[in-house]
Design a protein around this ligand. Structure first.
Ligand code: PLP
Length: 409
């Protein structure tokens, strides 16, 4: 008899975005004439950079000719892309990594979800709260999170609350936590850590043998100079951190699927006798067994992001989204809202007025001004009383959304 992995049964029935979709569909049935503006789900709307399109067309032509055809590629990714990453994302910041420390993936979601396979199920874990839900859910699936309490918190998870009260700076724990997920620039709050603030986490990890999983999916949106682009800008981080990156939000690759994970040779975890075991060969083994590489065509497209034309086109798209963010942030502020994020990230994090709950304010925005947002509580208990808006929409929609909210308020 096949026995089910009962930890899956602990997952909450509905995924946040399906709950939202249901409420939006119910609204559409009763209000067919309403013009909805969607500022909820974090997907991009601009097309791929022209440089990527041209590179992929060329790669498709190669696949059509038996002299240049590519079958299975290296599980770790093609050298041409790895070299471009090292040369552009790390070398200019003084970070030396070797090609075998980079693993090309089909995006950051898979790797943030799968990386826990390298670690025993009974490690303790910690997350900033609110946070991208994949970190907690993937740990629930393997039994690492424990049981769910009435307060919406999992028993084996340490939550580092990030709210207005602490200016969204997660407090360093006063006890040992084995695995910590950090996401900066942050989804959903849009906030960042400075070099000194991130250094405190690296120092904590060095002192406590903690492994940090650092999700830098929104690195391309950083505008301010004192915000680190990579955790490896902090001395000692190579010993304690795995960094995960994505081309999804950088270059509109949400539908293409490509990202990468950095597992430095120095990063280790302990075996049961306390001996330090390097994680790089384990991740390599895991990928060789369970992953057959990202497609050749996609990797050629990703490589083109690093060409001079690619860089220029990526910048134009990011500037477009960040101008949306500015319009939304300033418009909402002048309408009297307390607003965070939107400076180094494409997310606006809004405090609900009059202490309304996240879902209550979500419904008011939906029914009274026909705007779809994301309730903050869907990202964790400390997200209650907040709402996330994304800057990935079309310019006209952003302007109209802010106009509607200002007139309504
Ligand atoms: N990490 C964070 C913090 C995200 O917000 C997202 C997507 O929204 C991802 C990872 C997923 O990225 P990818 O499209 O590369 O799987």
């Amino acid at each position: 008899m096949a026995l089910v992995n009962e930890h899956f049964l602990k997952l909450r029935g509905n995924y946040l975005f399906s709950d939202i979709a249901k409420k939006v569909n119910a609204f559409k049935v009763t209000h067919p004439e309403a013009k909805l503006i969607r500022l909820g789900i974090g997907d991009v709307t601009r097309p791929l950079p022209q440089a990527c399109i041209e590179a992929m067309h060329k790669a498709v032509d190669e696949m059509a000719d038996e002299r240049t055809f590519h079958g299975y590629g290296p599980e770790q990714g093609y050298d041409f892309l790895i070299e471009a990453i090292l040369k552009n994302d790390f070398a200019p910041r003084g970070i030396n990594l070797s090609p075998s420390e980079i693993f090309i993936s089909d995006g950051a979601k898979s790797d943030t979800g799968n990386i826990g396979e390298l670690l025993r199920w009974d490690n303790s874990m910690g997350i900033t709260d609110p946070v991208y839900p994949v970190y907690v859910d993937s740990n629930i699936m393997c039994g690492r999170s424990g049981t769910l309490g009435d307060d919406g918190k999992w028993s084996n998870v340490t939550y580092f609350p990030c709210t207005e009260e602490n200016n969204f700076i997660p407090p360093i724990p006063n006890h040992r936590v084995d695995i910590i997920y950090l996401c900066y620039p942050n989804n959903p709050t849009g906030t960042t850590l400075t070099h000194d603030q991130l250094k405190q986490w690296v120092d904590y990890a060095l002192a406590n043998y903690t492994l940090i999983v650092f999700d830098a999916a929104y690195e391309a949106y950083i505008r301010e100079p004192n915000v680190p682009h990579s955790i490896y800008e902090i001395r000692g981080a190579k010993k304690v951190a795995i960094e995960i990156r994505s081309f999804s939000k950088t270059a509109g690759f949400t539908g293409m699927r490509c990202g990468y994970t950095v597992v430095p040779k120095e990063v280790t975890a302990a075996d049961i006798n306390g001996q330090r075991i390097p994680l790089n060969p384990l991740w390599n083994r895991r990928q060789c067994t369970k992953f057959n590489g990202t497609s050749y065509v996609t990797q050629r497209g990703a490589e083109a992001i690093y060409t001079p034309e690619g860089k220029k086109q990526v910048k134009e798209t990011i500037d477009y989204y960040m101008e949306n963010a500015r319009i939304m942030r300033e418009g909402l502020k002048s309408a009297g809202f307390r607003v965070y994020g939107g400076i180094n990230a494409p997310y606006i994090w809004l405090k609900t007025p009059n202490n309304l709950s996240s879902w209550k304010f979500f419904e008011k925005l939906l029914y009274e001004v026909n705007i779809v947002s994301t309730p903050g509580v869907g990202f964790g208990p400390s997200g209650e009383g907040y709402l996330r808006l994304t800057a990935f929409g079309k310019r006209d929609d952003c302007i109209e959304a802010i106009d509607r909210i200002r007139r309504w308020i």
